[in-house]
Design a protein around this ligand. Structure first.
Ligand code: GLU
Length: 471
């Protein structure tokens, strides 16, 4: 184990979204690459917005992606004592102060400053006071340096310089006794020995305040790496407006975890022009020097392309396991694994998602099928009607509904009686039996569909072909 310690620190106020998942992945990969430790911390200090359900969903999504953590989950809600000790320490050392300015007065001053074009920061009324009654309602503010600059040394952005004059005397403890976000993050990152804070650059502006707190508390700074945001196709920051962005939604739409991981890694990180990476390859190759400096655009077509790739590559047994819940959700009977194995082999080259697979597999699980109109137009022509009629008769007569018997019956009719090439009859038969032009081998398809349904469908196709003759 090296000394590298990273963390993922989600607020459990909703599901794990693409942006959060990418942050988690980068921290995971960085820790794994350097033989370090990946810590999970649930930032549930906002009691009103945090839910156990969100925590559960986030952990489940991380497990599904394969981002296992080495430590935690820690819960900030269980660490209040530590935060309060740190507030006390700052108060005692004169680095924080109690402020009993009524909130409406603070707000009125803020508004006035805004109107007058000044920075709307707290005016420091209580900064030098020593007479604030601790038994009356008050907040605790950090005594931020008022002059000079605070430099954020960022591994991706370089040195970002902030004028201290611009920074407020941050509230670190609210009137209700709860510590605030920027404060607890610093206490936790310091106590948990986090060496690298890798997070979205929407947090960059919090960082100078956090650095001042580190300095006041006498804790060493971690390294910071603020990763550029993910944009939607319209180049605006990716959000719910762009449709489903939660990891769960992608799982439920039939994406494989390795496809999503591969996709997320490439959102902002690259290694030459390589596109396909296994998790192990990512661990071997990932480092911060591969992270780009500009925002990356979420391209769903690329995600579909990757997913199609991983569906093609997936070992048969696992693919069968993966498609099962998708079939079951549609109410299909999945007891016959052999049947599923044949179907996944037939359709995997043509499926971008597992949901698409379940769609394509429908004719093998439900009695009533729809015949694709384009396929019918092309293959169920008047001329094929006599062939279908003879096939129907021959199939009705087969004793055993198996590949060998069906093939024999088919060849007798098609080659023997009608002197047709196999393909000329196989494709119309396929359209008849599945409603589509793609299926496993035609005799296997007949077996999978079963005698009763197959005969029904050929009969119906025959009517369609005859109707064409009449029309
Ligand atoms: N809890 C914060 C969030 O979910 C992350 C804080 C951090 O990474 O420093 O946005």
């Amino acid at each position: 184990m090296s000394g590298v310690r990273t963390r993922f620190a989600p607020s459990p106020t909703g599901h794990l979204h693409v942006g959060g998942a990418r942050t988690a992945l980068f921290n995971f990969l960085y820790a794994r690459h350097h033989g370090g430790t990946f810590v999970l911390r649930i930032e549930d200090t906002d009691r009103e917005r945090s839910t156990d359900e969100s925590t559960r969903a986030i952990l489940e999504s991380m497990r599904w992606l394969g981002l296992d953590w080495d430590e935690g989950p820690y819960f900030q809600s269980q660490r209040t004592g530590l935060y309060l000790e740190h507030v006390e320490r700052l108060l005692k050392e004169g680095k924080a102060y109690r402020c009993d300015c009524p909130p409406e007065v603070v707000e009125a001053k803020r508004q006035k400053a805004l109107i007058e074009g000044r920075k709307p920061k707290y005016d420091g009324t209580c900064r030098a006071r020593t007479d604030v009654d601790p038994s009356k309602p008050h907040v605790v503010r950090f005594k931020a340096p008022q002059t000079g600059t605070t430099v954020v040394p960022d591994l991706l952005k370089g040195e970002v310089v902030y004028d201290n004059e611009e920074l407020d005397d941050l509230v670190i403890l609210r009137t209700d006794g709860s510590p605030t976000y920027n404060f607890v993050v610093v206490v936790d990152d310091a106590l948990m020995g986090i060496t690298h804070v890798i997070r979205g650059d929407d947090h960059l502006n919090n960082t100078p305040r956090q650095i001042q707190l580190y300095q006041a508390l006498g804790y060493p700074l971690p390294r910071f790496a603020h990763v550029p945001m993910i944009l939607g196709p319209d180049k605006k920051r990716l959000s719910k407006r762009h449709g489903a962005t939660s990891v769960e939604a992608y799982r439920d739409a039939g994406f494989l975890p390795e496809a999503l991981v591969n996709f997320l890694a490439r959102l902002g990180w690259s290694h030459g022009d390589q596109e396909i990476f296994s998790l192990q390859e990512l661990i071997d190759l990932f480092d911060l020097d591969g992270v780009g400096r500009s925002a990356s655009v979420f391209n769903e077509d690329k995600l579909l392309w990757l997913n199609a790739h991983y569906i093609k590559e997936c070992p048969q047994d696992r693919l069968v396991d993966l498609v099962r819940p998708f079939l079951e959700r549609k109410g299909y009977d999945t007891a016959d694994r052999g049947k599923l194995a044949v179907l996944v082999e037939a359709f995997r080259p043509r499926c971008k998602t597992l949901a698409e697979f379940a769609e394509k597999a429908t004719p093998y699980f439900v009695r009533e099928i729809e015949v694709d109109p384009a396929a019918a137009k092309k293959h169920l022509k008047a001329a094929i009607a006599p062939v279908l009629a003879d096939l129907l008769e021959a199939f009705r007569a087969v004793e055993r509904w198996d590949v060998a018997s069906l093939e024999r019956a088919f060849l007798d009719v098609v080659e023997g009686k009608h002197a047709l090439k196999i393909g000329k009859a196989a494709q119309p038969l396929r359209v008849a039996v599945t409603g589509t032009t793609v299926s496993p081998g035609i005799f296997e398809t007949l077996v999978l569909v079963g005698r009763e349904w197959a005969l029904e469908r050929i009969e119906r196709a025959l009517e369609m072909a005859r109707a064409r003759a009449a029309g």
